[in-house]
Design a protein around this ligand. Sequence first.
Ligand code: GLV
Length: 337
Amino acid sequence: MTAGLTMKPQVLVARAVFPAVIARLAEHFEVEANPGDEVWRGAELARRLQGKAGAFTTGSERIDAALLVACPELRAVCNMAVGYNNIDVDACSARGVIVTNTPDVLTETTADFGFALMMAAARRIAESERFLRAGEWKHWSYDMLTGSDVHGATLGILGMGRIGQAIARRGALGFGMRVIYHNRSRLDPALEAPLGARYVDKEQLLREADHLVIVVPYSPASHHAVGAAELALMKPTATLTNIARGGVVDDPALAAALRQHCIAAAGLDVYEGEPHVHPDLLTLPNVVLTPHIASATVATRIAMADLAADNLIAALGFGPSAGRPPTPVNPGVLGPR
Ligand code: GLV
């Protein structure tokens, strides 16, 4: 082995990813990859991270204080996801570990999917397909599989970040929807104006939305932000779509509301405890269930993987922006420019 090769820092790519991305990382690092795409957790993840300066992670790997203590050489955790609730960022900052995520590159793709899921719930698309495939379509009838309109309806958005705004744009400009939203803070009026978006309190959002789309990041503060009490405020004709994170919606409470027709339908891409899905949801006809795929287009997944790799390369001091990863979550760790 040459001296140059042995000098390369070691990194772990915790899940399977595009071979071209592994090859790019291998230009700078000694890479331990995971071609079998197993999910490594706890002691197994800590074992794999021994001696590693960097980790390329996804939402499945939990990076917490205990893991950081067990992996003292770790300096960078680069998540291939915009959300980073799998990472204890404060614990990372306290140990000088830089954390990065992949914002922006998935905004439009994720908004497309949120809109599609909302439309599928409103127009009963998955239910209709099951009905047809089951051979139940015998004739046309005036009220067969009637749903609710999306165009001209009131779109309620909980969490008006980049993805929330992209969904609002689709609703306002493409479908003539009236947009109301609730967020930790109100948007700059210059961002609201082109969408005709109106900031309302959470109760008004729940009461007035015909279609509620949840895009708020998961944190202890957003845990079960929509549960039985909130669902009880919604219109019986309303739909709820969750593309944020499992745990923001109380899934059993949602299942009960759907069963009792407190709301009309739901579209879910994320679940508390996923990939486990609450069994009550699996039995209901009026919920469209997808397996956490809102960002899953080939182009966007390549862009996310590339950005996570750019972050890892820069965070560990290589490449054109050495020392300055493009999308840090805790930039304070990097110190002044
Ligand atoms: C997906 O859920 C992400 O956070 O990117």
